[in-house]
Design a binder for this molecule. Structure first.
Ligand code: WTA
Length: 650
């Protein structure tokens, strides 16, 4: 891969940017030489009930482990996202809701209106017995009420756990059970690309599953108007309980280290991890990075196409942009409905200036050619961003040249659910770009590369990406499982946070993320744990064993390849294949649908019985000639039959 292709900062962009080269250098300098001043600068962005005197207080050493930021500060995240804008921006549009169906008129919600809606729901939640510290599960489509729900929880100190609308009942139930939610907020149905998603029915099914008895109330937003079962007194209409409430609601005074939300993400073992973020540091980091990386100005119209079910929606739809008083588009739909011009039409319709999406969407739209883009103007755009997975230079080029008309910097932002906000990304007025690289760490962020033994690598190198020290947006723990938190992130390389990503650093110090090095697959920017898919497969009575690996996929980044060994008396056929695909969709959701199921007479194992995934990955990649050392296999013959099987399936 060429590291020499450099796209300089457009001079006109640099001239007007919030952070030019000199400012960037000064910020890096401050973060290195006087970190307290830099961390205070971030805290000062927020409105505090009591300003923090403590700043960073962290150690990744096992014996002295702690991650605390601004710990004696007191604030409310919702107040920071709404109330403090009312005096100056009460009539400014906060959200422009663009529905799935382009014929539905857009709705404009001002900061003042959003504040009133959030207050009404906050009061309703309190009336329903939700108290500070209680958990609330949010399972909603991308509608304004999803934002309202999250902020209402923050206002009354409840901890939200948003579950992506594409997850199946079993996944909802697991996430409710893990954090013992008291209340669920959902809608009758979701709508995506003209298809209806039975959200309420999914919640009903989830609440019949074991471990979900903590739920006392289900609030239901009437969205599509579909007929649904309402089970009284458990189920209540959202509008019925909120309409009668006053427009003001006293916010809780929260400690900076009080939990703000839990967000479940896939790990390398079966059980999803409840990533816990707290209030002060998270909000400061989301807000600062949003302003710095997107070069946000007061008159921008920002649009992030993520779903609030993912961290990108939390940090860069809800908390970052609203803390910054931005105007943004909230989009219910999908990139290719009703046609491949949808994104670009929405950009023209609402004069979007800052646009943030995922490489998988860019690749899918690139495949449709330039015409659907070029029949739109996109003249309002001034910056483009990507997130979620590595972007191949070809897709980067197309995004930059065709979508952005070669005028707009592309910010490739590397971060994770666990990091709370962006850590490696260009500052668009200061950083020269390299297509395919997330470029350089933000001020205050200390990435490093280590080899398999944990030795730090200098200069140009390839290794595993770690962070040497804390930043304010860092997750604090896994909900109810601090031991797993330490084990997952701080035990591979003692004293360092391990990201799970592989990475290369070039001679200019630019970072090139190469993808996950653990048993997590990144499918269209969604993290899928191989163990979760495997356990869904082996739950089928005819499956004896299953092993799941990722392989390169043109659109999705990675696809899911499942090797399945059947019980002895069962012959494989297409009906069983379809059943297994259904089993995974039912257990996890459509996002985990296997792209390939390969019948495997046996799986390659070491003599001690460990499945050799490295070999399975190579076979799935079609790189059987590079299997490497297979001498530790108990039965090397297994590999040949799998290689033949993979060829036959092509
Ligand atoms: C991957 C999404 C390359 C990476 C914000 C990471 C990326 C995982 C990038 C986190 C990027 C995210 N370039 N890879 N710009 N951004 N990733 O938790 O493997 O859903 O570990 O957070 O996505 O995914 P998550």
């Amino acid at each position: 891969m060429s590291t020499s292709e450099i796209v300089p900062v457009p001079p006109t962009f640099a001239a007007a940017a919030r952070i030019d080269r000199a400012t960037r250098d000064a910020l890096h300098d401050e973060a290195t030489r006087d970190p307290d001043a830099f961390w205070r600068r971030l805290a000062d962005r927020l409105d505090w009930d009591r300003a923090p005197t403590q700043l960073k207080d962290s150690s990744f050493d096992r014996d002295d482990f702690r991650i605390r930021w601004y710990a004696d500060g007191v604030l409310n995240a919702c107040v920071n996202c709404l109330d403090r804008h009312l005096a100056t921006r009460g009539d400014k549009v906060a959200l422009i809701f663009e529905a799935d169906d382009p014929a539905t008129p857009a709705q404009h919600v001002t900061y003042g209106e959003l504040h009133a809606r959030v207050c009404r729901l906050g009061n309703a939640l309190r009336n329903l017995g939700v108290r500070r510290g209680d958990r609330v599960t949010v399972y909603l489509p991308m509608i304004v009420d999803a934002v309202v729900a999250m902020l209402a929880c923050a206002r009354i100190g409840a901890v939200h756990s948003v579950v992506f609308g594409g997850f199946a009942p079993q996944s909802i139930a697991d996430r409710i059970a893990d954090c013992a939610s008291k209340l669920v907020i959902t809608a009758d149905e979701g709508l995506r690309g003209g298809k209806r998603i039975p959200l309420k029915a999914n919640v009903d099914a989830a609440l019949k599953m074991p471990g979900t008895h903590s739920v006392e109330t289900v609030l239901v937003v009437r969205h599509t108007g579909a007929g649904i079962d309402m089970q009284m007194p458990r189920d209540r209409w959202f509008h019925a309980v909120t309409d009668i409430q006053p427009d003001t609601c006293e916010p809780e005074h929260m400690g900076a280290e009080d939990p703000l939300f839990i967000l479940y993400t896939s790990g390398s073992t079966g059980k999803p991890k409840g990533v816990l973020h707290t209030t002060g540091g998270y909000l400061a980091w989301a807000s600062w990075t949003h302003e710095a990386v997107f070069d946000l100005r007061d008159d921008d119209v920002y649009w992030c196409t993520a779903d609030v079910g993912w961290i990108t929606g939390h940090s860069y739809i809800v908390y970052g942009p609203l803390a910054n008083g931005a105007t943004q588009v909230v989009f219910e739909g999908v990139p290719n409905f009703p046609d491949a011009s949808r994104f670009w039409n929405v950009i023209d319709r609402h004069r979007v200036t800052l646009f943030y999406t995922a490489p998988t969407a860019i690749r899918a739209l690139m495949r449709e050619g330039d015409t659907p883009v070029k029949r739109t103007s996109r003249a309002s755009l001034r910056l483009l961003g990507t997130v979620g997975e590595p972007i191949n230079p070809e897709a980067w080029r197309w995004y930059h040249d065709v979508v952005g008309g070669a005028r707009c910097p592309v910010v490739d932002t590397w971060w994770q659910t666990e990091t709370g906000g962006i850590l490696i990304a260009p500052l668009p007025g200061a950083t020269a770009l390299k297509p395919g690289s997330a470029t350089l760490p933000l001020p205050g962020v200390q990435p490093a590369l280590v080899d398999a033994e944990g030795a730090l690598l200098d200069g140009e190198a390839q290794g595993n990406l770690v962070l040497l020290d804390s930043w304010p947006g860092q997750m604090r723990t896994l909900y109810n499982d601090h031991a797993r938190f330490i084990e997952t992130y701080f035990s591979a390389y003692p004293g360092m946070y391990f990201t799970g990503d592989g990475c290369r650093r070039d001679a200019d110090g630019y970072y090139w993320i190469t993808g996950r090095v653990d048993d997590v697959i990144n499918v269209s920017g969604h993290r899928i744990g191989t163990a979760e898919v495997e356990s869904a497969l082996v739950a089928h009575p005819h499956v004896a064993e299953a092993a799941v690996v990722g392989y390169p996929h043109d659109i999705k980044g990675q696809g899911i390849h499942a090797y399945v060994t059947l019980v002895t008396d069962r012959e494989p056929d297409d009906a069983l294949r379809a059943e297994l695909v259904q089993a995974v969709r039912r257990a996890i959701g459509p996002i985990a649908t296997p792209d390939r199921i390969q019948w495997a007479p046996a799986l390659p194992k070491t003599r001690s019985g460990k499945i050799m995934r490295r070999i399975l990955r190579k076979i799935a990649e079609g790189a059987a000639h590079q299997l490497g050392d297979t001498s530790t296999l108990a039965d090397p013959g297994v590999v040949d039959s799998l290689v033949d099987g993979a060829r036959r399936d092509e």
